[in-house]
Design a protein around this ligand. Structure first.
Ligand SMILES: NC(=O)c1ccc[n+]([C@@H]2O[C@H](COP(=O)([O-])OP(=O)(O)OC[C@H]3O[C@@H](n4cnc5c(N)ncnc54)[C@H](OP(=O)(O)O)[C@@H]3O)[C@@H](O)[C@H]2O)c1
Length: 295
């Protein structure tokens, strides 16, 4: 064997075993129906813990990036979160690798335009991937602004969000009436209301689904405190409770990604693990539901 060929074979063998040496496997991705672009099924939410600069945030975003995370969800009303995130992304040089989502969260057209411009400044970016109308506040007025921005190429996707079942009827109506790239809705193993009509409707209408409150703000952790992960969780490569809860969500065929709030690097490590390996099938999903319902 000549030297060049031996070198090539050694390089190929090294690449094949790299994952065993600590290189994480690639993250599972799903398609945004309106474009075909694929995004990782686990992102990062910035409500509450990113409201002001604090310990651990930089390390968490850095770890998130290293592990292949891209989707980051924020909002102009999460305290200073947009500015905190914008500063950290600039410092870490992470912006080009991320899929940045924020919201418009104010009444009135002019106020909405001002708030959106402020989001560009605070996030320190010329392009925002997704802006959604927050909790259906002045939906039609803001969707017109957002569509214009999409036409100009300043944003790439438009959407709407909710996290309250009291809004579901209006939310569904808006989904039927409007062409939207994304919806964002609350959905969790112990909060499955969105699975009844909203998720199927999103699939029917070709809308990507970003799931908020995937842990019910920690409620699910309280439910399983002191309980051991069932052995059958290994059937879908699940090694922790956070992965159990997240794999349930992202295995729903209509769900594109979930955005758990996380402000600790070890949470990023654990949560992004839910975007690796197998996902539960329909039978296992039912078993997970029965399990949580029995607690
Ligand atoms: N209407 C809307 O548009 C809307 C509404 C709500 C939320 N959202 C979006 O959805 C995101 C998620 O919601 P959320 O952050 O409020 O709630 P969540 O994701 O359901 O829960 C987040 C909390 O779970 C705990 N956690 C996360 N990863 C963990 C891990 N691996 N191990 C143990 N504990 C872990 C952390 O608690 P500790 O920090 O206490 O340790 C964290 O603050 C928000 O950040 C926001 O981007 C949007």
């Amino acid at each position: 064997m000549n030297r060049k060929r031996r070198h090539l074979l050694m390089a190929a063998a090294a690449a094949a075993v790299a994952p065993a040496w600590g290189q994480p496997a690639p993250l599972l991705r799903k398609k945004i129906p309106s474009s075909g672009e694929e995004i990782p099924v686990i992102g990062l939410g910035t409500a509450r813990r990113y409201e002001r600069p604090g310990p651990g945030l930089r390390e968490t975003l850095q770890r998130f990036g290293v592990l292949g995370g891209t989707v980051l969800d924020t909002a102009p009303v999460y305290g200073q979160a947009e500015a905190v995130v914008g500063d950290l992304l600039a410092e870490l040089k992470l912006r080009p690798r991320l899929f940045l989502a924020t919201k418009v969260s104010i009444s009135g057209r002019e106020a909405g335009v001002r708030q959106i411009e402020q989001s560009f400044q605070r996030l320190r970016t010329r392009k925002i991937d997704l802006i959604a109308v927050h909790n259906l506040r002045d939906t039609q007025i803001h969707l017109a602004t957002l569509r214009e921005l999409r036409k100009q190429g300043r944003i790439r996707y438009v959407g709407i969000t909710t996290s309250s079942d009291r809004q579901y009827a209006d939310f569904e109506q808006t989904m039927r009436r409007e062409a939207l790239d994304f919806i964002q809705v609350d959905y969790a193993l112990d909060n499955r209301g969105a699975g009844e009509r909203i998720l199927p409707l999103a699939a029917e209408r070709g809308m990507a689904v970003m799931v908020n409150l995937p842990f019910g703000r920690g409620r699910l952790f309280d439910a399983v405190r002191g309980k051991v992960l069932p052995a059958w969780a290994a059937e879908f490569d699940c090694a922790s409770w956070p992965q159990f809860f997240l794999k349930y969500i992202v295995s729903h065929p209509a769900v594109t990604c979930a955005v758990p709030g996380m402000a600790r690097p070890e949470y990023a490590e654990d949560n992004l693990g839910a975007a690796r390996g197998r996902l539960p099938d329909a039978a296992l999903r039912r078993r997970m539901e029965s399990f949580i319902d029995a607690i």
